[in-house]
Design a protein around this ligand. Structure first.
Ligand SMILES: [Zn+2]
Ligand SMILES: [Zn+2]
Length: 304
């Protein structure tokens, strides 16, 4: 009951903050704050922290305990404090290494979800066609459980303290709320260093240039390193959703859909416009000319 009350309070506070941010710095100014499937996402706001998180904790916790037992380690005090050369380092360095390695693991597990039979679980997260902060928690439990398991087991086995891990995972979840917001921030000179809303919104686009790009949870340079970075300076993504997978729009439908036989339809959504299409707000900012946008787009593709 206390948890439910906490979610109500968090939702009220976050609604006020993101209502203001999405009004003042909109990526898509015409997108409404309350959309057709907002009620579905509100349901996820209760389901994800109450049910999905419990499943993830149980499975990832068991996975860590078993893996540490195989290594002859105890999950108790030893696991909490960490062990081996990793745990003997200064705390700041441990946290930095955990963030970096965690991002590489998160990048690859996310990429695997895009390119395997696991896609149908991840497609639920990609099903929002009007992306905003509220849609951040639309995640299938299997997606969440496997991602957390893939992250926690290797980090714990390397000797990273479970205490630090217990703070890292909620931080990622909280930061993801900002990443999905309908906000135009790219973080300017830090665009390659810290994931911005623009960076992750490109990940969710159905526009061809952005497909299977920007997998990293926190550090865009991980995408740069593996050749999947895409964030043109003068364009913003406008279309979101899934291109070939039809995800049901109901809560139960989304939870059960990955377990059912799928129907794929390549023409489910309109094709993305060609990169050289004429500019129209908010794709191009005032004063941008069409060739500039195309040149910038090309430059980013070369970099990424
Ligand atoms: Zn994805
Ligand atoms: Zn996302």
């Amino acid at each position: 009951m206390v948890q439910v009350l906490g979610i109500f309070i968090a939702l009220a506070g976050l609604s006020a903050v993101f209502y203001a941010l999405e009004r003042i710095f909109p990526s898509l100014p015409d997108q409404r704050s309350w959309r057709r499937d907002s009620r579905l996402d509100v349901l996820y706001w209760f389901w994800t922290p109450l049910a999905t998180r419990a499943m993830s904790k149980a499975v990832a916790g068991t996975g860590v305990a078993v893996a540490l037992a195989v290594l002859g380690r105890h999950v108790g005090l030893e696991g909490m404090r960490g062990f081996g050369p990793i745990a003997r380092q200064p705390q700041g360095l441990i946290v930095l290494e955990m963030f970096l390695l965690g991002d590489v693991i998160g990048y690859w597990s996310h990429r695997v979800f895009h390119h395997s039979l696991l896609w149908n679980f991840h497609a639920v997260h990609h099903s929002s066609r009007q992306l905003d902060w509220l849609s951040a928690v639309r995640v299938h439990p299997v997606n969440d459980v496997l991602s957390k398991l893939a992250l926690a087991v290797p980090l714990a086995c390397l000797g990273f303290p479970l205490n630090a891990l217990a703070g890292y995972v909620p931080f990622l979840t909280f930061y993801a709320i900002l990443l999905h917001a309908n906000v135009s921030w790219s973080f300017g000179p830090l665009r390659y260093v810290i994931a911005s809303p623009l960076f992750h919104r490109w990940h969710h686009t159905t526009e061809e240039q952005g497909l299977d790009k920007n997998f990293a949870p926190l550090f865009p340079f991980v995408d740069l390193a593996f050749g999947t970075f895409y964030m043109p300076r003068l364009r913003r993504p406008e279309r979101f959703g899934t291109t070939t997978t039809i995800v049901p729009e109901t809560f139960i439908g989304q939870l059960t859909f990955p377990f059912r036989k799928q129907s794929y339809r390549a023409d489910a959504f309109p094709a993305a416009p060609a990169p050289a299409a004429p500019c129209a707000p908010p794709r191009c900012r005032r004063g941008d000319d069409h060739e500039q946008a195309a040149a910038s787009d090309h430059a980013e593709r070369v970099v990424g």
